[in-house]
Design a protein around this ligand. Structure first.
Ligand code: HEM
Length: 527
């Protein structure tokens, strides 16, 4: 038959067709990937496999800020296979994290910390129904009576802080930490527990935060790089046993503290608190009991972060004495020296309010915020941010942007938030909402405790400055003992200053007696 020797069987044709189709498919996918790659935001070249993972250093915000100069407001990094984008300007952060919140409000899925917290620790919870319930409950509770009521705690802890600092200045750092923890304990659980129990509880929270933060560090567990390892039975996976034991231990202690409040409520003490609301209105929010006690724990752990703000502020008082002088002047003019500042005074102290904003802006305690995850592919200004990308807001760079804060953005200057003509607070840079900075985050996940934090800090700083002058130490030759302005400690919860010594002097002879009298009147000596 003519041409028979060259004929191709139907089976062979099918094989050839399949190969051609497969080849075409691979080609299309390759071209598509190349196209997408070209559409990724710019970023520094990395190593094969490891990408940019080894380039970030201990304090990555400095590296991100240096890269901003070269690559611009949106940077793409390869974290050993994990796509990462770093957002370096306010404009881009507002566009991506506020306006596109529907697809940028998820958190990165980190296997071990998720197991250690049972998927219940609010700041780590994904953009899912558990988070929605938790968010609604915290926002509504903090918006209503709790924040108002706890102003009494803010005043009380502020008095205690001022007194402890004057009587025991060498431990000023610990006093700041304790004052914040005490107020936040009251806001969350409605009580200041006896000192021994309080110390014990705070220590448990620290152990918890420390444990999850260490587990969330890149490279802490192989399973984050090779997720299939999660299917290895626990007998062969020590990290799984550790995560399970950690969850059980902390879940129990969070439940115990929560139940303590229930007992207090049952005995008639109706102090307002987050937990009181969760117990009484948990059904309204749809919170399970377990979700409620984990949510309370998240609020307590998150709220303690504010002590880092106080520590940076103390440094600013030493380095920028002119700002301290102006604050003293405002306090003397509005409150005087004949009485102790009250919570009602705070709204009449615009410079002190500006000082709190500036302390939170100048040295943000979370310079790269809490990371987000793109839950869908995001298209932005011609770039593609792939689904699953970790999104980091470089708050540090945003706060040092001269376009937003002027050429002195690197200096501590509360007056930048004051209107020269009216002497009142003026709006901050576009996109910073009422805060004038972005240390509290963005969009749907912005910190729900920010109002509590700000009012507590205004009260504490006002009480401390009403009572004392803050200076740095001098050596035997009268020279200033240097302070490490650029160094810091990242303790997982906050980025805080390396401890330094201070000299604290009462501003007038009656200060100590007035504080002690108030201390007794507030019943602090009974605690
Ligand atoms: C100066 C003090 C504080 C700072 C700087 C701070 C900062 C933050 C930041 C950056 C976030 C993540 C926001 C985002 O993803 O965009 C956050 C979340 C959170 N904060 Fe705060 N916070 C402070 C005080 C507080 C206080 C006093 C409370 C409670 C009383 C609190 C409770 C929470 C909770 C529950 C979350 C998780 C919210 C969520 O994931 O939806 N924080 N905070």
């Amino acid at each position: 038959m003519p041409g028979q020797g060259h004929s191709i069987s139907v089976g062979s044709r099918l094989i050839i067709l399949s190969i051609v189709l497969l080849g075409a498919g691979l080609l299309v996918s390759y071209v598509h990937n190349q196209w997408k790659r070209r559409k990724l935001p710019p970023g520094p070249p990395g190593l094969p496999v490891l990408g940019n993972a080894l380039q970030l250093g201990e304090f990555p915000w400095h590296k991100f800020t240096a890269w901003k100069e070269k690559y611009g407001p949106l940077i793409y990094l390869d974290g050993a296979g994990q796509p990462i984008v770093v957002i370096n300007t306010l404009e881009v952060a507002v566009d991506l994290l506020d306006r596109k919140a529907g697809v940028t409000s998820d958190r990165p899925h980190i296997i071990v910390p998720d197991m250690m917290t049972g998927g219940l620790f609010t700041p780590f919870v994904g953009h899912n129904d558990i988070w929605r319930r938790m968010r609604k409950a915290t926002q509504e509770s903090l918006r209503t009576g709790t924040a108002q009521f706890n102003k009494a705690a803010q005043h009380k802890d502020g008095v205690q802080l001022a007194l402890s600092m004057l009587t025991d200045p060498s431990h000023w750092y610990a006093h700041c930490r304790q004052a914040v923890a005490s107020t936040i304990m009251q806001v969350t659980y409605g009580k200041s527990p006896p000192m021994w129990k309080y110390t014990e509880n705070v220590a448990k929270f620290h152990e918890f935060v420390d444990g999850v933060t260490r587990a969330a560090m890149p490279g802490a567990h192989y399973v984050e790089i090779a997720p299939w390892l999660r299917y290895v039975p626990s007998q062969f996976a020590p990290w799984k046993r550790m995560a399970g034991a950690f969850f059980a231990k902390h879940s129990k202690s969070f439940r115990d503290i929560y139940e303590d409040t229930r007992t207090t409520l049952d005995t008639g003490d109706q102090s307002l608190s987050l937990v009181r609301d969760f117990i009484q209105d948990g059904a309204k929010y749809g919170l399970s009991q377990e979700e409620a006690y984990w949510l309370a724990a998240a609020a307590f752990a998150g709220g303690q972060a504010a002590y880092g703000v106080l520590a940076w502020w103390m440094m600013a008082m030493i380095l920028f004495p002119e700002t301290q002088r102006r604050a003293h002047e405002e306090i003397d003019r509005i409150i005087g020296r004949g009485r102790i500042p009250s919570i009602q005074d705070c709204e009449n102290l615009p410079y002190m309010q500006a000082m709190v904003k500036e302390s939170i802006r100048w040295r943000p305690i979370d310079p790269i915020g809490l990371p987000r995850r793109a839950s869908e592919e995001v298209h932005y200004q011609g770039y593609v941010i792939p689904k699953g990308t970790t999104m980091i807001a470089n708050v540090w760079a945003m706060h040092r942007d001269a376009r937003s804060y002027g050429p002195d953005a690197h200096l501590f200057n509360p007056a930048r938030f004051i209107d020269d003509e009216t002497g009142k607070l003026k709006p901050g840079p576009a996109g910073t909402k009422e805060e004038s900075h972005v240390t509290f985050g963005f969009g749907r996940r912005i910190c729900p405790g920010r109002h509590v934090a700000v009012s507590m800090l205004v009260m504490q700083m006002t009480l401390v400055l009403w009572a004392m002058k803050i200076e740095g130490l001098r050596d035997g030759k009268g020279e200033h003992v240097p302070i490490d302005v650029d160094g810091c400690i990242d303790d997982g919860l906050v980025v805080r200053p390396i401890p330094f010594g201070v000299k604290l002097t009462p501003r007038f002879p009656e200060v100590l007696a007035m504080l002690e009298k108030e201390y007794i009147a507030l019943g602090l000596n009974d605690e």
